[in-house]
Write a protein that binds this ligand. Structure first.
Ligand SMILES: Cc1cc2nc3c(=O)[nH]c(=O)nc-3n(C[C@H](O)[C@H](O)[C@H](O)COP(=O)(O)OP(=O)(O)OC[C@H]3O[C@@H](n4cnc5c(N)ncnc54)[C@H](O)[C@@H]3O)c2cc1C
Length: 476
């Protein structure tokens, strides 16, 4: 039983909300919509109190009060995470960070903002001087920078810039420890990855410094191509056309785009669809590439001004599933990473396998750890965990590195590489184990009570982690 009175008393005048309906709403993220395996956990846990810090001093009070009252904490931006990151497994306090929403400064090539600043607001602040975030989740309109770095991993822009974890994509961040005398710690360089994708379990992010990219006038493009593998080859050719500036490349099989209501009028029977964002000066070069692959452009529009009524990125990444689930809530997907040099071959094997079962595939193109990769899986009607496991094994057999998007455990999720230093950092920043308890665990075996944790996912393998292991095992 969490001691809410002691916690609130120690908070001073930091605003709190205890109304049960608000607590229930603010305890929900998008997990229940995305994973039937985690649905019970996602709907079954509710925080005891909602806290709304207004500035960093309030955050320090929250950290101190939590330590005094032994109150579990879960940080919250917009609550759009969908891999169980935001589930308050131990109840406790939900900390709404959206009050810390200032863009602190921006210079050519970099910006510093508070953790609760929305990705959209950051772009609005930097675009007038010709710069924008290198990448953003497809939830850009509502998602916060702290939530993107704390729970996300890549997005629109990743086909050019890689994933958040790649060196240079997070320049620095400030975190607050949860202790009676909280410390403010600035991490830079490789150290930022301790906190990235740790689900707010090893420090409260208060500020972030991010690199910026040139803000091109982007053109949204919908391309139809006969045959799914032809669309994959076209997407690969576009990704490797170094002279064409691009921000988004998504490949959507016919079985799937037919289920996306806003996109339906712009597809063509018997064709796959590729969505792209191309910098305006390079549209002619792009059109030539489309022609070479036997495709046709059905939409060419300025960003946000296309006839489907939303920015094109709101049809991509997690939004592809979201639209499909509006009419077909039982359809699910996995997270496979198909990497060059053989990504077209590996996708070809998976596509042949899954199309025999009548399943279409969806991919997002991203650079990953220095390589080109396509991230995606077939979309399928959920039956049970055995079916999920079988599809994960099939994808692995075809050559994909499969992460597990059906567990709230960071390690078993397989998208973050964790070493001994991470355990030490967690102990230093959260010595009382109050931050998002139950998610960042270092046990060799997944705990039995964690739904979905035992699904067969070897996770993503990063080159630096692999070379560190090789060095450790090399005899001196
Ligand atoms: C339709 C849809 C599309 C999506 N597309 C993408 C995508 O393209 N790319 C992608 O990476 N993800 C994507 N996601 C997942 C999610 O939207 C992103 O991770 C998003 O950027 C999270 O931002 P948020 O503000 O909603 O964070 P939240 O969901 O509120 O939080 C995410 C995690 O970060 C932690 N956190 C929040 N604030 C802080 C803080 N200040 N300090 C420490 N920890 C904190 C939370 O505790 C939680 O564990 C998508 C999800 C949906 C539902």
């Amino acid at each position: 039983m969490n001691d809410v009175s002691a916690f609130v008393a120690a908070l001073g005048d930091v605003p709190v909300v205890t109304d049960p309906r608000t607590l229930q709403i603010k305890s929900r993220d998008m997990t229940a919509r995305f994973s039937p395996v985690m649905k019970d956990d996602a709907l079954g846990h509710v925080a005891d109190v909602l806290v709304m810090p207004r500035h960093r001093d309030d955050v320090l009070r929250v950290a101190r009060a939590a330590a005094i009252a032994r109150m579990p904490l879960v940080l919250r931006g917009a609550g759009t995470c969908n891999f169980g990151q935001g589930i308050p497994l131990a109840g406790g306090a939900m900390i709404d960070m959206t009050g810390l929403d200032q863009v602190l400064w921006s210079r050519p090539g970099r910006v510093r903002a508070q953790a609760g600043a929305r990705l959209m607001a950051i772009d609005e602040a930097t675009r007038p001087m010709g710069w924008e975030l290198r990448m953003h989740s497809s939830t850009k309109k509502v998602a916060t920078l702290g939530g993107f770095v704390g729970g996300g991993h890549a997005g629109v822009g990743s086909c050019a810039w890689g994933i958040l974890r790649d060196r240079g994509n997070i320049l620095g961040l400030q975190v607050v420890s949860v202790e009676e005398n909280p410390r403010i710690v600035e991490l830079r360089g490789d150290e930022v990855n301790r906190v990235h994708h740790a689900y707010g379990s090893n420090g409260i992010i208060t500020e972030l410094e991010m690199p910026l990219a040139p803000a091109w006038p982007w053109r949204e493009q919908v391309v139809v191509l006969p045959d799914f593998m032809n669309a994959v080859r076209f997407a690969h050719a576009l990704a490797t056309s170094d002279g064409i500036e691009k921000k988004l490349i998504s490949v959507i099989g016919e079985e799937i785009w037919q289920l996306l209501k806003p996109l339906r009028p712009f597809g063509r029977d018997g064709h796959a669809v590729v969505l792209a964002m191309i910098a305006e000066p390079f549209v002619e070069a792009f059109q030539d590439l489309v022609r070479d692959h036997g495709g046709a452009i059905t939409v060419d529009a300025a960003e946000g001004a296309a006839p489907y009524g939303m920015p094109i990125y709101e049809l991509s990444w997690g939004h592809t599933r979201l639209h499909v689930n509006r009419e077909h809530p039982d359809i699910v997907s996995n997270v496979g990473l198909y990497l060059d040099p053989d990504l077209v071959g590996a996708i070809g094997r998976s596509h042949a396998r899954f199309s025999r079962q009548g399943l279409g595939m969806h991919f997002e193109v991203k650079r990953f750890d220095g390589q080109l990769s396509f991230q995606g899986s077939p979309f399928f009607r959920y039956r049970d965990e055995a079916q999920l496991a079988e599809i994960m094994r099939d994808m692995t057999e075809d050559g994909a590195m499969v992460a597990n998007n059906h567990t709230f455990l960071v390690k078993e999720g397989g998208m973050k590489s964790l070493g001994g230093d991470d355990a030490a950092f967690k102990r230093a920043m959260d010595p009382l184990d109050l931050m998002n308890p139950g998610k960042l665990r270092f046990d060799a075996e997944p705990p039995r009570e964690a739904a979905g944790a035992a699904l067969p996912s070897p996770g993503w393998r990063f080159q630096d982690a692999a070379s560190a292991e090789a060095t450790e095992s090399t005899p001196a």
